[in-house]
Design a protein around this ligand. Structure first.
Ligand code: AMP
Length: 249
C-alpha cells in the first residue's frame, strides 16, 4: 500500500507572528518557515506504518511556491520515499488544495491519505474533510491512534467528550491530531541525502485543478493585549468585583 501525506509550508510555530503595517496579511518577508506541525505528525505516522510492514511507499506532496521544496526535503529526511511539488504562487485555500490532492490520489492510487488536522497559518481544518468528500472516501479526523487491519483502518478520534473509535473501509482519509505520536528528528546524514533527491515538479493544471483564491481577506488584526490586573484587599471585595464588574457570579 502507498500512503500519501500532504505537507504545507507555514510560518515556523516558534516565530512570533506580526501583522503587516497595512493590515492586509501576516508578515512573511524574512520570517522562518517550516513544515506545519500536524503534518510532521502525519509523516511520522506514515513512517511508523511502513516500519510495521503496513505500507511500502510514502509519497509527500506540497502545493505551494518553489520554496515548499524545503518542506518536502524535511519530510524526505524524516523517511518519506518520494516527493511531489505542485507549484503555485497563489495563496492556497482548502478547496483548491483538496482538488489538487484528488488529482494526485487518482494518479498515485494510495490506500491511505494522512493529512494534518489543520494548518496553523489559516486554521481552516477543512482540507482532509473536503478531500474525503471529493473522493467519496471514508474519513477519520482528529486521530490519536491509527491501527490498520487488512482493508480496514481503526481510528481513535479526539472528540469533545473523550475518545471515539471508528472503523474505516480503505482507501480512506485520516487527519492527525497532536497526541497521535511524537515526530522524529531527521538525522544529519539523512538531511544531506534528502538535499540530493529529485523531486517531481507539477502544476495544479497537471491535475486539472484550479487553485485561484475564492476568499478575500478583508482585515488581519493582532489579538488585543491583556489589560493590567488589579489587587483586591479582601475576599469580600473580590466577590463584589466578580459579581458586579466581571458579571461572572
Ligand atoms: P487546513 O484545512 O488548511 O487547516 O489544512 C489541513 C491539512 O491539509 C494540513 O495539515 C496539510 O496536511 C494539508 N494541506 C493544506 N494546505 C496544503 C498545501 N498547500 N500543501 C500541502 N498540504 C496542504
Amino acid at each position: 500500500m502507498k500512503i500519501l501525506v500532504p505537507v504545507k509550508r507555514v510560518v515556523d510555530a516558534n516565530v512570533k507572528v506580526r501583522v503587516k503595517a497595512d493590515g492586509s496579511a501576516v508578515e512573511l518577508a524574512n520570517v522562518k518557515m517550516a513544515m506545519n506541525p500536524f503534518d510532521e505528525i502525519a509523516v511520522e505516522e506514515a513512517i511508523r506504518l511502513r516500519e510495521a510492514g503496513k505500507a511500502e511507499e510514502i509519497i509527500v506532496v506540497s502545493i505551494g511556491p518553489q520554496q515548499a521544496q524545503e518542506t518536502l526535503r524535511t519530510a524526505l529526511a524524516m523517511g518519506a520515499d518520494r516527493a511531489i511539488l505542485v507549484k503555485t504562487d497563489e495563496q492556497t485555500e482548502p478547496l483548491g488544495v483538496a482538488k489538487v490532492l484528488k488529482g494526485v490520489v487518482e494518479a498515485e492510487q494510495p490506500g491511505l491519505v494522512i493529512l494534518g488536522k489543520q494548518a496553523i497559518d489559516d486554521d481552516s481544518n477543512q482540507t482532509g474533510q473536503m478531500l474525503a468528500a471529493l473522493l467519496g472516501w471514508a474519513q477519520g479526523t482528529f486521530a490519536s491512534k491509527v491501527v490498520i487491519e487488512g482493508d480496514k483502518a481503526k481510528v481513535t478520534r479526539e472528540v469533545d467528550g473523550g475518545l471515539q473509535t471508528v472503523e474505516l473501509k480503505m482507501p480512506a482519509i485520516v487527519t492527525a491530531d497532536l497526541r497521535l505520536n511524537q515526530p522524529r528528528y531527521a538525522s544529519l546524514p539523512n538531511i544531506m541525502k534528502a538535499k540530493k533527491k529529485q523531486l517531481d515538479e507539477k502544476t495544479p493544471a497537471d491535475y486539472g485543478a484550479d487553485v485561484k483564491p475564492r476568499l478575500k481577506v478583508i482585515k488581519t488584526e493582532e489579538p488585543s493585549g491583556r489589560k493590567a490586573g488589579v489587587k483586591v484587599k479582601s475576599v469580600a471585595e473580590l466577590v463584589d468585583k466578580l459579581k458586579n464588574e466581571a458579571g461572572v457570579l
